[in-house]
Each structure stands twice: as structure tokens, then as C-alpha cells.
Design a protein around this ligand. Sequence first.
Ligand SMILES: CC(=O)SCCNC(=O)CCNC(=O)[C@H](O)C(C)(C)COP(=O)(O)OP(=O)(O)OC[C@H]1O[C@@H](n2cnc3c(N)ncnc32)[C@H](O)[C@@H]1OP(=O)(O)O
Length: 119
Amino acid sequence: MDYYKLVLPEHLNHYGNLFGGNLLKWIDEFSYITANLEFPGHQFLTIALDNVIFRHAVSNGEILKFSVTCHHLGKTSVQYSVKVFGTRDDQQHDLILFETKITFVSVDHEGKKQPIQPN
Ligand SMILES: CC(=O)SCCNC(=O)CCNC(=O)[C@H](O)C(C)(C)COP(=O)(O)OP(=O)(O)OC[C@H]1O[C@@H](n2cnc3c(N)ncnc32)[C@H](O)[C@@H]1OP(=O)(O)O
């Protein structure tokens, strides 16, 4: 699934670029939404976020595209691959600004892990 976010002044660090923590928050939020839509009736907790390396600064006013795809479905966990692209510069639509994998675990009402029931 694809999601979009407009980078506004309130999202910037003191150098005037996107604060990395905001990017991680959006990745958590969008992939959490994807897990809930793809596996309705489950409750998920984030257990892991892999490979956090910021290689590209993101400018104010950028419209970011978050591409979220299922990478691995386990017994109690589902892992998503998340790639982030800029959309403002026509020449750089294919440039991956940031990528990671994020894993969620299905839990019951007491927070204990439980198997994911695929659709
Ligand atoms: C949406 C949010 O932001 S939620 C807020 C932040 N998250 C939290 O507060 C969660 C706190 N953590 C917990 O409560 C517990 O760790 C639980 C209930 C999620 C998991 O229980 P644990 O006993 O720690 O899990 P366990 O080690 O057995 O692993 C469970 C699954 O996660 C997978 N897993 C564990 N560690 C990792 C990791 N580092 N990377 C990827 N997958 C992992 C395991 O492979 C397993 O998957 P499988 O059943 O599909 O094979």
C-alpha cells in the first residue's frame, strides 16, 4: 500500500531538514495501518525496526511517498518492507530516500503473542 505525507515546518530539525524521528513515526503508523487492513480482527504491537540509516536529507515541502509491502509472514509476526521516495523532483522518483523493515506481532487482549490467521 502507498501512503503520502507533506513535510511541513513543524517536522524539521534545527538544520531545516526533516527530523528523522518523524520519519520513523510515519513508517510505524503507515505499516501498522497496513497490518490492520491486511489482517482484520488482529491486534498488533511493533517489535522491531531494522536498519535505520539516514542517507538522504529531506527538504521542507517535500511530498513523501511510503511504499509498504509484506516481506514475510511468520507464525505470530508479519514483517513489512518500507521504501520512502520523494515526489517533487521528476528526475528522482526512483531514488529511495530511506528504507527499512518493520515487524509486528499479533497479540491477544492481555498482550500475549498469538498466531496470525491469514485471510
Ligand atoms: C504499534 C506500536 O507502536 S506498539 C508500541 C511498541 N511496542 C511494544 O510495546 C511491544 C513490546 N513487546 C512485547 O510486548 C513483546 O515483545 C511481544 C508480545 C510483542 C512479543 O513477545 P516475545 O516473547 O518478545 O516475542 P518472540 O521473541 O517470541 O517473537 C515473536 C515473533 O516476533 C519475531 N521477532 C522477534 N524479534 C524480532 C526481531 N528483532 N526482528 C524481527 N522479528 C522478530 C519472532 O521471530 C516471532 O515471529 P514468529 O512467531 O512469526 O516466528
